[in-house]
Write a protein that binds this ligand. Structure first.
Ligand code: MTE
Length: 330
């Protein structure tokens, strides 16, 4: 196996065509892949062996993933340095300054850990983190992340499509929304003393958004398990929405009939809507959303980048919102 090294990260080359067996195993899953991504994908699947060598910072236990076709546009972009991605964080349970989580999340105990799957499903249950790690093949997805605060990063996440879990628990016909509940433990999380948000931090997606193959249940980044400050041991990553939709350190996933309120909606209903799709044409009431600053790359005086509709994932997710007034449903 050989790799193309590009800006410190290794990529499998197109000649690494998947074996027939691996392809067969993934075929069901590929049916879920929206649009044209799957066609070009097959040529770029790499073997597990090759991916075990994925470049990583060597700080935490390795968690390699097969290179995924679902990453979309961001795969050609320069990765944000691990150092920036792991020290410039929003995780209010550990403090509201960007460097607080890297300092105080070390005390978070990520084992034992379970995620309860509840509500409108035929097969509810409590999943141990070790079982979740094995539930579906790990993939590496290079996603652009855009925070509502006007900065962005490009991060190689490791996980599998949330749809894998959703299909296994068999949602009932009443399941219209999926709520994500994160840990709220005052003994481990000093930020809970603040009333900046209502705890636990909760987020939610519409069922079709949750089922979209881009929606990633995430266990790692940069070829390793997640650092605590990035949401260990398991978080969500929804790349076409502002970062706050991507809840960290999940303890429950609930299938609901009615649209639930989210923590940020409760904190500021005029500022943070349920949908929270990255949309450069809908300003935050206090600032423009038309541009963004790329963390780790741009200097203080560097030109900002134009923010892309749906964070650049419009071809994949635009149809989910066809006919909706995105100014009303922001
Ligand atoms: N999840 C929890 N539980 N608590 C939080 O404060 N912040 C959100 C999101 N998930 C947050 C959270 C916000 S505002 C952003 S931008 C992303 O996490 C940041 O993820 P990152 O630090 O891995 O880049």
């Amino acid at each position: 196996m050989h790799h193309l090294r590009d800006r410190g990260h290794s990529h499998s080359v197109p000649s690494e065509i998947t074996s027939r067996a691996a392809y067969e195993g993934r075929r069901d899953w590929l049916k879920l892949v929206a649009g044209g991504a799957a066609g070009t994908a097959l040529a770029s699947w790499a073997s597990r062996d090759a991916l075990a060598q994925t470049a990583r910072p060597g700080k935490l236990a390795p968690l390699p993933g097969a290179r995924s076709p679902v990453s979309g546009a961001a795969t050609m972009e320069r990765l944000t340095p691990y150092q920036d991605a792991s020290t410039y964080n929003n995780f209010y349970e550990f403090g509201t300054d960007k460097d607080d989580p890297a300092k105080t999340a070390q005390r978070l105990k990520t084992r034992p850990w379970t995620v309860a799957v509840e509500g409108e499903v035929r097969k509810p249950g409590t999943f141990d983190i070790e079982a979740l790690l094995k539930l579906a093949p790990m993939e590496e997805r290079i996603y652009r992340m855009r925070c509502v605060e006007g900065w962005s990063m490009v991060i190689p996440w490791v996980g599998w499509s949330l749809a894998e879990l959703i299909r296994r628990v068999e949602p009932t016909g009443n399941a219209k929304f999926v709520q994500f509940v994160t840990l709220a433990d005052p003994a481990q999380m000093p930020g809970l003393r603040s009333s900046v948000l209502k705890w636990p931090y909760v987020e939610a997606l519409r069922m079709d958004e949750a089922m979209h193959p881009l929606t990633l249940l995430t266990f790692g980044m940069y070829g390793e398990i997640l650092p605590n400050q990035n949401g260990a041991p398991v978080r969500l990553v929804v790349p076409w929405k502002y970062g706050f939709k991507s809840g960290k350190s999940l303890v429950a996933i609930r299938f609901l009939e009615k649209q639930p309120k989210t923590s940020w909606e409760l904190a500021g209903p005029e500022e943070y809507g349920f949908y929270s799709n990255v949309n450069p044409t809908v300003d935050h009431p206090r600032w423009s959303q038309a541009t963004e600053r790329r963390i780790g790359e741009d200097g203080l005086f560097a030109k900002k980048r134009a923010t892309l509709m749906f964070n650049g994932y419009e071809a994949q997710v635009g149809q989910l919102y066809a006919g909706m007034d995105l100014r009303r449903f922001f």
